[in-house]
Ligand binder design. Structure first.
Ligand code: NI
Ligand code: MN
Length: 225
């Protein structure tokens, strides 16, 4: 499994020759100007919630690639009404896709579309595959629900928001890593705008104190598990 950081909370995940794009917010991110949205390939687009900083480039990528949009029911209906293909899910449900098994998990956050219309409830994803198991937390607070995850899944990597203000910050994310029983973390949802700028070395040190490895990728860089 190869995970490429596309900036903010945007990821490209390659599993079993399939390409999954998560929460594409690229064309609106000055820090991600090295990434060309129109050159991205995708078989699936996973969306954690309807906020602008997670959906901005969904339509462009879906139209370019014919990718299937996987999200909560309300978000998928929103895109199906525009003629795009989707697979609706809801919290606690799993589905076996051709690249692996996806579960839509709880997140503590909000999920309106930019025009204020209803975007269902926010979530995250667990992906279990022959190439490893990962948790993509989405925008969320630290929540006790995270303790349920290791009861069913042995994670190889947890992708956690660390930018604070709109999501949990570093200290909560270290606890979240304990809750999901995973020592290898990829941080996301930081530095994109002023409210969520972090000190990288301090963040890495805090995780190290907690016995965890925090990975912070340059935009466009990848991590293999
Ligand atoms: Ni959000
Ligand atoms: Mn966000």
């Amino acid at each position: 499994m190869k995970i490429t950081y596309l900036g903010h909370a945007s990821l490209q995940i390659e599993i079993a020759n399939k390409i999954i794009i998560v929460d594409p917010f690229i064309s609106g991110n000055e820090l991600a100007k090295s990434i060309d949205v129109n050159s991205l390939k995708a078989d699936y687009i996973l969306i954690t919630h309807a906020h602008q900083d997670h959906i901005l480039d969904v339509e462009t990528i879906a139209k370019n690639t014919g990718a299937i949009i996987v999200s909560n029911y309300e978000i998928v209906m929103h895109y199906e009404a525009k003629g795009l293909k989707g697979h609706p899910m809801n919290h606690g449900g799993s589905w076996q896709f051709e690249f692996g098994r996806v579960t839509y998990t709880n997140a503590i956050h909000t999920s309106s579309f930019p025009d204020g219309s209803y975007g269902g409830n926010p979530g995250g994803f667990i992906i279990e595959s022959s190439e490893g198991n990962i948790y993509i937390a989405g925008d969320t607070a630290l929540t006790m629900d995270m303790k349920l995850i290791p009861m069913q899944t042995k994670l190889d990597l947890a992708i956690l928001p660390i930018g604070d203000n709109f999501t949990m910050g570093i200290e909560s994310a270290v606890i979240a890593a304990d809750f999901v029983q995973c020592d290898k973390i990829l941080g996301y949802h930081y530095d994109t705008f002023g409210y969520i700028e972090i000190n990288h070395q301090q963040a890495i040190d805090k995780f190290k104190e907690g016995g965890k490895e925090l990975n912070l990728l340059e935009i466009g860089a990848s991590l293999e598990i």
